[in-house]
Ligand binder design. Structure first.
Ligand code: SAM
Length: 282
């Protein structure tokens, strides 16, 4: 199997199969007991332990673990790396959102469907939209993430897709897009609790999300179709996200607001943040 699979979770950790390798990482929501044996939890290639700074250390148990290896999820090839934040280059909890994105783009019948993906990281949502034929503006403050997203596009046969990779601060970029008069049919945003723009501008979700959403209203095409807002921040529950989007969506909108879940091989689901998919009804 060359894909992603959550094997088990418990005692605030998750055991994941990432292509041929197994890793253990923190999972603050895994408040239950694990199902698989201690031996299965110990027979892994790497274990991440987080420090209070947010960064952490990988204990590499398999000396042959490569620096980078590919996995395939929904036809997209992700290059996996162990980062100092304990991230791997894929947020598996977004997988069901990629189906929603592809469906709304394909069902719209809009020829030049334009998507803006903010806080876009290594491009999972960007590439899902590109496979559905959309033109995507992929924005992240991190050059490294944008380079990684391009690599993922290349290995997924999407090097020629209509994607613009932009390294910028979300707030500054959105203000400039408003002045330029650019508009989009769909907007995706997955804001972190705290982040930095490309010139170290501070992003704090509590301070900056409401004004950002107000500004995004000005980037919507007359026939725009959706906004997808997701979050891993405490307090940003499915209904909280829905309440935020209701302030900017028109009356003829419908909302799908749920926990983001990763289903494991033992029948459990691991809550991994929340999303609200707001869509125009016709
Ligand atoms: C939680 S990740 C997003 C995950 C992504 N949506 C996915 O599903 O793969 C947050 C991203 O926001 C970026 N970021 C943080 N602050 C930012 C800012 N002020 N402007 C632009 N990007 C920012 C980080 O570089 C990081 O890649």
């Amino acid at each position: 199997m060359n894909s992603y699979q959550l094997l088990d979770s418990g005692y605030f950790q998750k055991l994941e199969q990432i292509g041929p390798y197994k890793v253990v990482r923190q999972a603050p929501n895994a408040v239950w007991k694990p199902k698989l044996s201690q031996k299965q939890w110990q027979d892994v290639d790497a274990i991440f332990t987080r420090k209070s700074s947010g960064r952490g250390d990988w204990k590499i148990l398999n000396k042959k673990l490569p620096e980078l290896w590919p996995i395939e999820v929904q036809g997209i090839n992700f290059n996996i790396r162990l980062t100092s934040f304990g991230h791997l280059g894929i947020f598996a909890e977004q997988e069901s959102n990629w189906n929603l994105l592809k469906k709304v783009i394909q069902d719209s019948k809009i020829q030049d469907f334009k998507v803006l993906n903010l806080f876009a990281y290594t491009g999972g949502s960007t590439l899902a939209c590109a496979t559905a034929g959309a033109d995507v503006v992929h924005l992240d403050a991190s050059k490294t993430s944008n380079q990684w997203a391009k690599e993922n596009a290349n290995s997924s046969g999407l090097a020629d897709a209509n994607v613009r990779y932009i390294t910028d601060d979300v707030v500054s970029f959105v203000q400039r897009e408003i002045r330029r008069g650019n508009k989009y049919h769909g907007i995706i945003l997955d804001p972190p609790s705290f982040g930095r723009g490309d010139r170290k501008q501070v992003w704090k979700i509590e301070e900056h999300l409401i004004p950002l959403l107000d500004q995004l209203k000005q980037l919507l095409e007359d026939n725009f179709k959706f906004i997808l807002l997701s979050s891993h921040s405490p307090g940003y529950t499915p209904i909280s996200l829905e309440n935020l989007l209701k302030e900017i969506m028109p009356k003829n909108s419908e909302y799908l607001s749920e926990e983001m879940l990763i289903h494991d091989t033992t029948g459990k689901s691991l809550p991994s943040g929340a999303y609200c998919f707001a869509q125009i009804t016709n």
